[in-house]
Each structure stands twice: as structure tokens, then as C-alpha cells.
Design a binder for this molecule. Sequence first.
Ligand code: GLN
Length: 198
Amino acid sequence: PPRIGVLALQGDVREHLAALRTCGADAVPVRTAEDLDSVAGLVFPGGESTAMSRLLRVFDMIGPVQRAVADGLPVYGSCAGMILLAAEVLDTREDAVNFGALDVTVRRNAFGRQVDSFEEDLRITGIAGDPVRAVFIRAPWIERVGPGVEVLAAVDRGGAERAVAVRQGAALATSFHPEMGEDLRIHGLFVDMVRAAA
Ligand code: GLN
């Protein structure tokens, strides 16, 4: 089975490890450059992107992750993880890091205070059958999508379509948290992407 890492500095690491294992991957936590060298794909979990930024710096992991992304390592980010994978982030701290695996502009905490958390049934390109029940928690949305980026799902807010699932080559991201529910088809899609890249 493909060996897939979950960046294990902060956030819902255990949920992603469990979801990946259910989808047939050999899932391992990644905290060091050595851990990172041993995996064929990397998940950036949900949590707090500015806290993850700080820990990436403390653990000297910014350079290794930058190199892995530049080398085309398949990556998937949920929520805070999507923020870390974006090329540009709005409403974040000036010293926060992001890796540019996806040519998108992301706005943190975009859905506003009244709807900090909500669930919605989403049709997702590439996922056949029933819609995916998507859990959003202080979620970001995507405000700009570069030419190489495929929008897999969007939600309507005030008449504007906001992208919440995107893919560009070997990089996948969702504003929501499939690792928190029973429906693991997004993780299945990522495991397939890792297999295809191997
Ligand atoms: N609001 C968080 C951030 O900006 C993301 C929330 C989440 O991952 N559920 O990092």
C-alpha cells in the first residue's frame, strides 16, 4: 500500500491517519525531514494554520516541505491544510507560511461569525454517487483560482460561487473536513492520486 504521511505538528492528525488507513494506505505521522523523505504523499490536516506555521518554523520543516512540494509530492489539505497549500492567503498573520502547491487565493475564516460551523451536501467533480456531506468549521473559501486549477466543488454565498474543493495536478484541497465524518471518498481520491503518481 502507498505510504502516506500526515503533517503531525498540530490539528486533527489522528482523524486523517484513521481515514487514510480505512482507504488502504499505510499512514504515518510526519514531524521531521526524515519522516517526510519516507512518504509518497502528504496530508496537511485541519486545525489552525497560524499555529501550524509557527510549529513548521520551530521544527525546521519549512524548507523540507517547500522542497517536497516543488518536487511534486502529492499533497492534500483540509481547511487549515488548504490554507497552507495556497499560493496566497488573505486575513492571515504576516509571518504565516504557505507553500503555493495550488495557484489559488484563500480567505481565512471567510464564512463569518454567524456560520462559523455548518454542514452542506456537496456535489464534487470526480466523486460519483451521492453528494458528500461536508463539515465546515471556521472554514476558508477560495476567492481566486489560477488557470491550472480545477474547481471540484463550490457553495453559493450571497449570489457568489465560492470554491471549496480544488485540484491542481498532484495537489488537492478542501475547505471542509472529510476526516470528521464516515464518508471517506475524498481520502479515497487522494490515495488514488498518490498511487497514480507512484
Ligand atoms: N480557521 C482555521 C485557520 O485559519 C482553520 C479551521 C479549521 O481547520 N477547521 O487556520
